[in-house]
Design a protein around this ligand. Structure first.
Ligand code: FES
Length: 127
């Protein structure tokens, strides 16, 4: 039963049992956050077309799916990139993880900068 802690809030769930809400990959960090009502910005709807779901993994980096080239290319554009950065919509949780939302992103959202409308700039979901 994976335990996910994001900015101090912890949730546990049975792997493979969450109803997929079509935001990011199934059981991605974003999918889990949205299921449990934890806010993680996702301006492109989880389509790997922005970097607003950027998180920094403090513990459990090996408990996330391996980063593919598409995520790596997109992540390169993220402000405040670290060696422990991932995109919440692309990393699938496979065990316990502790992550934090970068301060710049938290501030951006709290100041009303989140949930921008990108209109037709969003590519169709690959799912
Ligand atoms: S929500 Fe846009 S890349 Fe993750």
């Amino acid at each position: 039963m994976p335990k996910v802690t994001i900015d101090g809030q912890t949730v546990e769930y049975e792997q493979g049992k969450l109803p997929y809400a079509e935001h990011g990959k199934p059981e991605s960090l974003l999918d889990i956050c949205l299921h449990f009502g934890i806010h993680l910005e996702h301006a492109c709807g989880g389509n790997n077309a922005c970097t607003t779901c950027h998180v920094i993994v403090r513990e459990g980096l090996d408990n996330l799916s391996e980063m593919d080239d598409d995520e790596a290319d997109r992540l390169d554009m993220a402000p405040g990139l670290t060696r422990r950065s991932r995109l919440g919509c692309q990393c699938v949780v496979q065990g316990d993880v502790v992550v934090e939302i970068p301060t710049w992103n938290r501030n951006y959202v709290s100041e009303g900068g989140g949930s921008m409308n990108l209109g037709n700039a969003i590519p169709a979901s690959k799912h």
